[in-house]
Structure formats: structure tokens, C-alpha cells
Design a protein around this ligand. Structure first.
Ligand code: SF4
Length: 232
């Protein structure tokens, strides 16, 4: 159901839950830009085992006992941090409400996610209930197609997907870059870029478990990125 770690998340500290990606049914807030650059859909194309696992999770998510089963899993594996949706997104209001119940009943677990389902008003209303929970960190994903939401709750952070020729607007908390931009060093004064993608050579690969910017509750929103010494 949930899986621990991967090359981006790091070791076993962060557990991910994924669903199928790249269709309007699974990602109702999808934009043309994110569809074109969706890493999760790409993973599904070349890793059939991952695609099958995501389909199984989708079936589980539709069951009435989804909340109970996820809670049992979290307890059984002593899970401390969950990245909700390593693939997929909140595909309906009812599904989002299931995660809201899981989060409320698991106050010792930190949950975080990036979502474009903020573009669906009925789902957004549930996401904003998650955002006020002390154990949940919510990122609205934005890009050149979606723009920035006109109103953003104080506890919600904004992430921008940078493609070739767009200039991120002001007020963002974090920028992600498509693969072919990641080798370019970030220009001074630019919005903060995920240190896994900022083009700075380091002695160790930056992973989310060690970085913490996206999920660590102690790193309040709009904190600067942690200093990770570059290779000299
Ligand atoms: S900023 Fe840090 S925690 Fe967020 S995605 Fe990048 S490496 Fe992971």
C-alpha cells in the first residue's frame, strides 16, 4: 500500500502512497504543462510493477475500509512521514475526505503533498481543512497554465513547475524544474529551487528525508532552504 523511500525521498523515513497519474479522472486539476512533464506517468510507462501497484492502491482507495486499512498500516510500520501521492492526486471530494480522516486520526504522523486539485472547488474545500492541521503540510502546485491561485490560505505553500521559458511569478515558496533545466545553476536572486534540482554540485545527493523543506513541520512556510554545502 505505502512504500518507504526511493531515490528522491531517500531512505526509509518517508513513506509514499501513489495512484495512477496523467488522466483527468485521476488528476482533475491537471494542466497541459504538468501532463507533458509528469514524472509519475513516465514511471508508470517504463515500470509495469509500479503501475500495477498504483492501480491496486486506486482500488483500495475506493473501498469503504480505506481509512481503517491505511491507519492500520501506519501503526504496524511505525510510519512517521507520509508523502501522499507520489503519483496521482485527490481525484474526488469523497476520496480527499478519506485522507482528511486519516490525518485527523494520526496526529503523530506528518503528511505532506503537492496538488493541483486546488483547481476543483469541491476538492479544494477539503484540502483546506487538511492545511490547518498541525500534522499536514499542503503545497498547491502551479505552472504557466494554472497561474497562481487568486487567494491562498496562509497555511498553504506554493510550488511552481518551471519549464523552458517561463519566469516564476513572485511570492512562490519553491520551484521545481523539468529534467533538462536541472543542470543549470540557479541565478542569484531567483526564487528558491528544490536543492535536488538546482544545478549545484554537492558531495551527497539531496534527498527529501535529509532536506525536509517540503515536509518538516518545524520549517515554517517561507523559511529559507537549509544550507547544504556545495562541492568546492
Ligand atoms: S525541497 Fe527538499 S524536501 Fe522538497 S522536494 Fe526538494 S529535496 Fe525534497
Amino acid at each position: 500500500m505505502l512504500t518507504s523511500g526511493n531515490r528522491k525521498l531517500g531512505g526509509r523515513r518517508i513513506w509514499g502512497f501513489g495512484l495512477p497519474s496523467g488522466t483527468p479522472d485521476g488528476c482533475p486539476g491537471m494542466s497541459a504543462t504538468c501532463r507533458a512533464h509528469c514524472y509519475a506517468a513516465a514511471v508508470e510507462r517504463y515500470r509495469s510493477a509500479a503501475a500495477a501497484a498504483y492501480r491496486r492502491n486506486l482500488a483500495r482507495s475506493r473501498r469503504r475500509d480505506f481509512v481503517v486499512r491505511v491507519r492500520a498500516f501506519l501503526i504496524a510500520h511505525a510510519v512517521a512521514v507520509v508523502r501522499v501521492h507520489t503519483g496521482g492526486d485527490f481525484y474526488s471530494r469523497g476520496y480527499a475526505r478519506k485522507w482528511l480522516r486519516i490525518m485527523r486520526r494520526s496526529p503523530r504522523v506528518t503528511f505532506y503533498f503537492y496538488t493541483r486539485s486546488w483547481r476543483v472547488p469541491t476538492v479544494r474545500a477539503v484540502i483546506e481543512q487538511m492545511a490547518v492541521l498541525p500534522n499536514c503540510v499542503v503545497w498547491y502546485s502551479c505552472d504557466r497554465d494554472t497561474g497562481v491561485p487568486p487567494a491562498v490560505p496562509a497555511c498553504v505553500r506554493l510550488a511552481w513547475l518551471a519549464t523552458s521559458d517561463d519566469v516564476p511569478p513572485a511570492g512562490l515558496d519553491l520551484v521545481f524544474r523539468i529534467r533538462r533545466l536541472r543542470h543549470r545553476p540557479v541565478a542569484p536572486g531567483s526564487p528558491p529551487v528544490c536543492p535536488n534540482e538546482d544545478g549545484i554540485a554537492r558531495t551527497r545527493t539531496v534527498t527529501c528525508d535529509r532536506c525536509g523543506v517540503c515536509w518538516h513541520p518545524a520549517r515554517a512556510w517561507r523559511f529559507p532552504l537549509p544550507v547544504i554545502e556545495p562541492t568546492r
